[in-house]
Design a protein around this ligand. Structure first.
Ligand code: XLS
Ligand code: NI
Ligand code: NI
Length: 437
């Protein structure tokens, strides 16, 4: 099945921090145990089919530059099957255990629904053969409900009921394919589920339609016996001016409002957090606090560019903050770290796919080790405990338990006088954090 298009690239070895070989891991050692588990089990890396195999690296001002000698540019099924071969060759050499895809990444959209469906089924059979042969697994599948012109007004939130039906057809099939491939999850990212002007938008009706759509997906998931997780992936904008799934808090509110909370987890993406005006750490905490942190799209934005640049995650401090939340919640169950990231337009050689993923994997391997150091060191958590220790007093406990009201507190405040405050020590704590990197 292999084309061996990466014949100049070896299976990427672990050579340790002193290595100067760019095609080697300096920090990611899949089977090395950190915090009680092999790194590969903590990190559960996934490659994104759309960026790895389908992204030509264009930008709004210029065409794609990526060299993909295995791809003849056609919509043929043969071409789609060949891409799958190349993809699994890539996964094998880079040592990534999971992958993620949209229906339209792996198979072409053809002139009729029937032909499109058949093409997808054929490619999914082929993916399944590759999975069996390699032991690699699907982290999550999804349907592309944003690229085709019919989704111009949205998919589940379109003003056209026929478009809603097309989206339903696509999700039905994509869920079945994900189930067939033993996927650990399925993602809903609502790129066009939002609006650009309220002058032509019935926001509440659209939100209700989106909720109905998600309920149908839950019902279908149950009817086929798919036991993977369903995820919502928050993003505030782009392509829509305002997306209904704008950030973790908005998603949780949406899920609660429409009785969906028990059925969905969140898939949080770093660059989307940034676009929402939050740190990734904030989004992860919001999700984890609600017991709804499922998976992560690991990438990063550029500090000077206000859009979804989907760069590979190379920031060690940020990645460490991510891994702290992941370790604190006890690790991933169904989720993992999906590199929803593309190379820069200037990095057009096939070998750049390796450099990009090695960089991201080494960053997260260091982040895992650093987060483990922070947790074992314990100074940050004991500071936090100490900072709120007044709440462990009798008065604090009575307030938390709801045993005391405003009038009683007023009497206590009058009697105790002006509170004594202690410093937040932020810079001291930042220094401790940096020492662990
Ligand atoms: C786009 C999203 C997308 C989802 C999957 O910004 O990140 O890639 O992860 O549809
Ligand atoms: Ni994104
Ligand atoms: Ni994403």
């Amino acid at each position: 099945m292999s084309n061996d298009v990466f014949q100049d690239v070896p299976v990427i070895p672990f050579e340790g921090p002193d290595s100067r070989n760019p095609l080697a891991f300096k920090h990611y050692e899949a089977d090395a145990v950190v915090a009680g588990k092999p790194m590969r089990e903590h990190l559960r890396f996934a490659a994104a089919y759309w960026h790895t195999m389908r992204n030509p690296l264009g930008d709004p001002f210029g065409v794609g530059t990526a060299k993909m000698p295995w791809d003849d540019g056609s919509d043929s099924i043969d071409n789609a099957l060949r891409r799958a071969d190349v993809f699994f060759e890539f996964l094998g050499k880079i040592g990534i255990d999971y992958y993620c895809f949209h229906d339209r990444d792996v198979a072409p959209e053809l002139s009729t629904q029937g032909a499109t469906s058949d093409a997808l089924d054929r490619v999914v059979n082929h993916l399944q053969e590759h999975q069996v042969a390699s032991g690699r697994r699907l982290l999550w599948g999804t349907a592309c409900l944003f690229a085709h012109p019919r989704y111009v007004h949205g998919a589940a939130t379109s003003c056209s009921v026929d478009v809603f039906a097309c989206a339903a057809a696509q999700v039905r099939h994509a869920l079945d394919c994900t189930h067939r491939l033993g996927g650990a999850g399925y993602v809903f990212w609502g790129g066009r589920e939002g609006y650009t002007s309220l002058l032509n938008t019935d926001m509440q009706r659209e939100r209700e339609h989106l909720a109905r759509f998600l309920h149908m997906a839950v019902e279908h998931k149950q009817s086929i016996g798919f036991d993977g997780a369903l995820y919502i992936e928050p993003k505030p904008m782009e392509p829509a001016t305002h997306q209904y799934d704008s950030d973790a808090a908005a998603c949780l509110n949406f899920l609660r409002e429409f009785d969906l909370l028990e059925h969905f987890m969140l898939n949080i993406e770093t660059n989307h957090a940034t676009l929402a005006g939050h740190g990734m750490e904030h989004e992860l905490k919001v999700a984890a606090n609600a017991d709804r942190l499922g998976s992560i799209d690991a990438n990063m934005g550029h500090p000077q560019l206000g859009w979804d640049t989907d760069q590979f995650p190379m920031d060690l401090a940020d990645a460490t903050r991510v891994m702290l939340v992941v370790l604190e919640m006890g690790g991933f169950t169904t989720g993992g770290l999906n590199f929803d990231a593309k190379r820069r337009r200037e990095s057009f050689d096939p070998v750049d796919l390796f450099h990009a993923h090695i960089g991201g994997m080494d960053t997260f391997a260091r982040a895992l080790k650093s987060a483990d150091v922070v947790l074992r060191d314990g100074r940050l958590s004991s500071f936090l405990k100490q900072r709120y220790s007044e709440w462990d007093s009798d008065l604090g406990q009575r307030i938390e338990a709801g045993e005391i009201g405003l009038v009683e507190l007023e009497a206590i405040a009058n009697q105790r006088g002006e509170p004594v405050l202690r410093s937040g020590r932020q810079e001291m704590l930042e220094g401790i954090f940096n020492d662990a990197l």
